[in-house]
Design a protein around this ligand. Sequence first.
Ligand code: GLY
Ligand code: MN
Ligand code: MN
Length: 440
Amino acid sequence: MTDLLAKLYPDHLAALKQRSDAALARGGHDHLVIAAGQPRIQFLDDRPYPFAVNPHFKHWLPVTKAPGSWIVYTPGQRPKLVYLQPHDYWHVVPDAPAGYWVEHFEIAIIREADEAKAHLPKDIARCAIIGEDSAAIGEYLPNNPESVLNYLHWHRAYKTDYELGMMRVASKLGVRAHRAAEAAFRNGASEYDINTAYLNAVHETENELPYTNIIALNQHGAVLHYMDLNRAPPAHSNSFVIDAGASFHGYASDITRTYAAKQAGEFQALIDAVDSAQKSFVEKVQKGTNYADLHLHAHHALAGILRDQGFIRMSAEAAVASGVSSAFFPHGLGHPIGLQVHDVGGFQKDEGGGTIAKPPGHPYLRMTRTLEPRMVVTIEPGLYFIDMLLAELKAKPEAKDVAWDKVDYFRQYGGIRIEDDVACGETMPENLTRDAFSAV
Ligand code: GLY
Ligand code: MN
Ligand code: MN
């Protein structure tokens, strides 16, 4: 794998340079300066929050644990890494730079964060400095010029072959751990123990994962971002929603599966219907598909499932128009993914900026762009039985066309979400997640 990444890296770097040249020209800057960032310290304490590197930094290098380091890129020149390796016996000092990327950089090692100043461009006014305010050293305060960021964020949607390679690995790591978690569920483990099984298999600390695992048994599946981990197993584990990913050199996977226990056949039937609908949405991850349209199409398809399985007695069209489908599917179909699990630029109109509005009534959609080859998005439809939303629905006129006995019976199962990471191709989508499930 490392050999393949080494082979793909030079083209990735060339693409970043080309994008940066154009971004700097738009903003009228001469240098792109990227701060990795500094750990944040907890209030009245000496304990840092987990360090999350600036995604712009890890775009250039497979390095995620280098607080206080900087990248400087000046068009026409070799990029420079200003690399902080403090003299420190309290903490682990970042490893010496090593690997396929090193030969492409000019590297300056510094021992104190402030020493970076000597290696950054002298004319600060000509710098686009990307980072958090807390990364500032002296006059080098991040200015995050909008025109530069808009251009970079727009193009970040198009993954290079190197990035697709990284994301395939992140998917495989996540899927391997999903298998271990499913086995733990089938053995009746608690949420806490299922999570432990996941962590053991993924071989990443919780801080290294791209997001906090969602491990939800039974009705907990109705909490979209359920992040408690009950220590005790329920008397019967009838259903299981697991939304958990993995990181590989800073690239994320984001994977959700829903399982039913053998005795929960009626819930399995609903899972099967959502699963086949999900696969049909994945097939539409093709050049020219507008993501917001795909989201609305998913609402119609899921409303059709609710009608076919006897949860509602109205047409799919009526269920979508009246908002009934949103009571059962209250989040967006998915989002761009890459260096961040919810990657940037999902609403951007073009490389200059702007916003493509969400369809009215769909506030949680995270992507309105039209799909093009090399974009990677998640496709994550769901159907849930959420007390709060069902109570609201009960107060609406459409409540008369809801089969409440059936809906109420399904509350015990919480909900269903099925999520794959999908790369848009010229003619065919590449399902990174399902390919990984087939391979593992
Ligand atoms: N895991 C968060 C999400 O699916 O968007
Ligand atoms: Mn997601
Ligand atoms: Mn997810």
